[in-house]
Design a protein around this ligand. Structure first.
Ligand code: C2E
Ligand code: MG
Ligand code: MG
Length: 710
């Protein structure tokens, strides 16, 4: 099996004809090769050819008419640096041989020892070695280019003598120039930031001991200026047969900018941009930490406080959002000043804040902090033109074994805060389990209530209001809300009306009541024509008056059902009368303008002063049933009821006494000249189907009574 011969283009430079022929003859006899030979007897033309032609090999005599010695080799190498050269000579001087090799020759052969075997082997080696050298050189050049051009510092560590090559860039990253750093490993290790040293050593040893595929570590190095820079180092070890690392090389990259960006992003991700406080994410994390600590060691008592700012939305509305923001920032500063460094204050919502209060010995400790905090917030906040006042209602949850998740504790602090808010502004409440049950109940009721309206579970009952002056004539009815609950049966408003009033249900349910009551009134007015026409009293929650289209909607309804405005009486509780702001006042004025009557409900239970009553002229006072109830007991209540009746008369208001249950009560009210009343003695609230009959009988009886009087 003969292989295809390797083809090789040879330039033979030889001035002696016989020797040239001999060399050619040897070449021809080398098996496995096919030589294309070009023979030139002089140096200069040979150099010219070598520069312009491609040869695979040059056979060069060093003794030429136009050139002698090593210089010949050197010049040829310059002319064709990529072509392997074999020197042919008659001289046996080893010096000359060595020098030729140094000047670029691959081999050096003595002419008289030449045969095809020697020459063949020399050519093979020369070509092979030359190719290897070229590859090595290319790779070295590439490496040098890469090191020079890269941003990375390079290190090459000989573990046997602890000598390290540090590239200029390696030194420059740390602010040093070439000569500042010796080749000792301590130059590196001693500059690793103490904070990262243990981690660095661990990563290094892991690789040196063969437990990781490569060494990789992000750590800080102390620079010449003494500051610390983040770097990332990677490297790989060379190992002996036994697996022991003896040399290790790699890179070092400056990652300070990336680290800074990462830190900033991390900070932004867990902080509130406005106040700079931790956000909910970080807060929950800290809370989780505190809870874990507490479960390991229950001596590590802590508390969660939750608060929002009373009247914050008013500040926002009145002074603008920028002022609102400013207030939040100032609040954050003040609250922080009340806390210790180990505590966490976080902004959890628009004006909601949470605090993890660490290392407290019990609720007394916590309450002390809360009181200090509330006192701090009660001082006026300084704004350009005004002083702004705010306060915080604070809910407190104390750490307990039963808490598994941070969310549970925050939830309970939240529940306690709502309890505190209901008790009045600028107060606090400590969570107890009963609150939780109530909150759960509240929550269930709210969800059920949302469905109640759609499912038609709400109903109105109607309680008659009677005239006491002429034979107990029916003046009208008060519409009272009932909830026909699928499992609880008929539910009275006191269990659910506060939920309606606190949630977004207030509008939909409120308007449903108003429309349904007006609709019924229209029906009954058509059936029972009396003079003055039957009236309908409707209870309206304070929050309904906050919407500015209240009067417009009422007017539209009255028109739709063809009802005179004076037949509609809106009952507003005394609390609403006392706490109303301008918004409510405006709505009331518009309703009054329409001709609708306004009644003050549950009068006497609040702390209303005459000033409030006089600020706005109400048509009727309804005396709360608690006064009427205690009237029979011959105590002061009689005097109070009498005073209230007189007060009404003095202020030019009508008076209705609520909750008349006995004939004695009725008698006394008559004596006091109370003009109207309502109560179980006359009738309980009636289902709509029973109202017609009640009216028929009532009107008949009244007519009979009137006849009897005449
Ligand atoms: P209110 O407006 O003072 O209504 C009178 C309450 O006294 C009614 O209770 C009525 O059933 C009860 N009552 C009447 N006569 C007597 C009596 O002789 N003795 C006793 N002990 N009680 C009597 P109800 O229906 O349970 O309503 C309670 C409260 O719920 C109402 O007090 C009112 O403030 C509120 N409410 C009822 N319906 C609505 C509504 O549609 N909207 C709003 N916002 N509140 C409503
Ligand atoms: Mg009422
Ligand atoms: Mg009442």
């Amino acid at each position: 099996m003969s292989e295809t011969p390797i083809s090789c283009r040879v330039l033979l430079v030889e001035d002696i004809e016989s020797e040239a022929r001999l060399a050619i003859a040897h070449l021809r006899r080398i098996s496995g090769w096919r030589f294309v030979i070009e023979h030139l007897p002089r140096l200069e033309p040979s150099l010219e050819r070598a520069r312009t032609q491609r040869y695979d090999l040059i056979l060069l005599d060093l003794n030429l008419p136009d050139g002698v010695g090593v210089e010949v080799c050197q010049r040829m190498h310059d002319a064709a640096p990529d072509v392997p050269i074999i020197v042919l000579t008659n001289q046996t001087s080893p010096q000359l041989g060595l020098r030729s090799l140094r000047e670029g020759a691959q081999d050096y052969l003595i002419k008289r020892e030449l045969d095809e075997i020697v020459l063949g082997r020399a050519i093979r080696y020369a070509i092979e070695r030359h190719r290897a050298e070229r590859a090595l050189r290319a790779s070295e050049e590439r490496y040098a280019l890469a090191v020079g051009g890269a941003n990375d510092g390079i290190w090459d560590w000989n573990l046997r003598d602890d000598e390290v090559y540090f590239s200029p860039r390696w030194k420059a990253i740390l602010g040093y120039s070439e000569d500042d750093v010796s080749d000792r490993i301590a130059e590196w290790l001693d500059r690793v930031d103490q904070q990262d040293r243990a981690r660095f050593d661990a990563a290094l040893n892991q690789h040196l001991e063969g437990r990781s595929a490569f060494f990789e570590c992000e750590y800080r190095m102390i620079t010449r200026g003494g500051e610390s820079r983040w770097v990332s180092s990677r490297g790989v070890a060379l190992r002996d047969r036994a697996g022991a690392a003896w040399r290790m090389a790699g890179s070092m990259t400056d990652i300070t900018r990336r680290k800074q960006a990462e830190t900033r992003l991390l900070h932004e991700a867990v902080h509130d941009p406005l106040t700079g406080l931790p956000n909910r994410l970080l807060f929950m994390d800290r809370l989780d930490l505190a809870l874990r600590r507490y479960r390991r060691d229950s001596a590590k008592q802590f508390a969660v406080l939750f608060f929002d700012l009373d009247r914050f939305s008013q500040v926002n509305e009145a002074l603008g959002q920028a002022a609102g923001d400013e207030l939040l920032v100032q609040v954050a500063t003040r609250v922080t000043s009340c806390l210790r460094p180990g505590d966490t204050l976080a902004r959890l919502g628009t004006d909601e804040f949470g605090i993890v209060l660490n290392d407290v010995s019990g609720s007394t400790d916590v309450i002390y902090v809360v009181e200090r905090l509330q006192e701090n917030l009660s001082r006026p906040f300084d704004f350009d033109l005004h002083n702004v006042y705010t306060s915080a209602s604070v809910g407190i949850a104390l750490a307990a074994e039963s808490y598994r998740l941070p969310e549970e504790m925050l939830r309970d602090a939240d529940i306690a805060m709502y309890r505190a808010k209901n008790a009045g502004q600028a107060t606090y409440a400590v969570f107890d389990p009963e609150m939780h049950d109530q909150a759960m109940f509240h929550h269930r009721m709210e969800t059920d209530l949302r469905r109640a309206l759609d499912r038609g579970e709400l109903e109105l009952f109607y309680q008659p209001i009677l005239n006491l002056e002429d034979g107990q004539r029916v003046l009208g009815f008060e519409a009272l809300l009932r909830w026909r609950h699928p499992t609880r049966g008929l539910v009275l408003p006191e269990t659910f009306i506060h939920i309606v009033e606190e949630t977004s249900l207030v509008g939909p349910i409120g308007w449903w009541v108003i429309e349904r009551a007006i609709q019924q009134l229209a029906k009954w007015q058509r059936l029972f024509k009396i003079d003055p026409p039957l009236a309908m009293s409707i209870n309206v929650s304070g929050r309904m008056f906050m919407s500015d289209d209240m009067a417009k909607r009422m007017a539209a309804l009255l028109e739709d059902y063809e009802i005179a405005p004076s037949s509609v009486h809106l009952e507003i509780t005394e609390r609403v009368v006392m706490n109303h702001g301008d918004l409510v006042l405006n709505a009331l004025a518009d309703l009054r303008e329409l001709g609708i009557q306004l009644h003050v409900d549950d009068f006497g239970t609040g702390y209303s002063s005459l000033t409030y009553l006089q600020r706005f002229r109400y048509d009727t006072l309804k005396i709360d049933r608690s006064f009427v109830a205690s009237m029979t007991e011959e105590d002061d209540s009689s005097a109070i009821v009498q005073a209230l009746v007189s007060l009404g008369q003095t202020l030019g208001m009508k008076v209705v006494a609520e909750g008349v249950e006995t004939p004695e009560q009725l008698k006394r009210l008559r004596q006091m000249q109370c003009p109207a009343a309502q109560g179980f003695w006359f009738s309980e609230p009636l289902h709509q189907d029973d109202v017609s009959q009640y009216l028929r009988e009532g009107l008949r009886d009244a007519a009979a009574a009137a006849r009897a009087l005449n």
